[in-house]
Design a protein around this ligand. Structure first.
Ligand SMILES: Nc1ncnc2c1ncn2[C@@H]1O[C@H](COP(=O)(O)OP(=O)(O)O)[C@@H](O)[C@H]1O
Ligand SMILES: [Mg+2]
Length: 177
């Protein structure tokens, strides 16, 4: 099983993945590392530490890294560019833009990078890209703003075990403003 966790930087992908990996006895794949190893990074901006990967080659690179009978979690804001054919679940983590802004400032991001990411969250960028990539059939969106990491993990586990129905499209930050 391959689970991808996508969402704007700061929504909690890494935090959630660590807890989830323990619960599921799954391995975490570092997409950045795989992209580096397979030489599919097209651009890397030192200043903003952001990268552009060759989307046409990412699935092949991931396939080369996985073993049978092992579950994997891939936390990355680029993970939704992996082909839906090899993905079992796509979770889009969301966070109130105001909360996200504070988290990213705390992280030491530049004003411009904070603004860019907050805007992406506002505009549902990762959700839209995930849908466009064809992940609709195994897509679930979670608002993490008022949840503890453990609660987010429990929701993911409920979806994976089919105790809860998948859903997306209900989070609209725009209407709060
Ligand atoms: N419900 C939550 N889920 C995930 N992270 C949370 C939550 N509430 C607060 N946080 C904090 O937000 C930050 C998220 O960072 P991180 O997991 O690195 O995000 P990402 O990997 O998406 O960039 C961490 O400092 C984490 O402790
Ligand atoms: Mg992270």
């Amino acid at each position: 099983m391959i689970i991808i966790l996508t969402g704007t930087p700061g929504v909690g992908k890494s935090t959630i993945s660590k807890i989830l990996a323990e619960k599921l006895n799954a391995k975490i794949i570092d997409l950045k590392e795989v992209a580096g190893k397979h030489k599919i990074i097209l651009e890397y901006d030192e200043k903003t530490m952001s990268m552009v990967i060759d989307e046409s080659k990412i699935s092949k690179a991931i396939k080369a890294e996985i073993e049978k009978n092992q579950d994997y979690i891939i936390p990355s804001h680029l993970s939704h560019f992996i082909s839906p054919r090899i993905v079992d679940f796509c979770f889009v983590l969301r966070c109130d833009p105001i909360v996200l802004e504070r988290r990213l400032e705390k992280r030491g991001y530049s004003k411009q990078k904070v603004a860019e990411n907050v805007m992406c969250e506002f505009l549902d960028a990762c959700l839209i890209e995930s849908i466009e990539m064809g992940h609709k059939k195994h897509l679930h969106e979670i608002d993490t703003s008022n949840k503890k990491p453990k609660e987010v993990v429990d929701e993911i586990l409920d979806i994976v075990s089919k105790k809860k129905k998948m859903s997306f499209g209900e989070i609209k930050w725009i209407k709060d403003f």
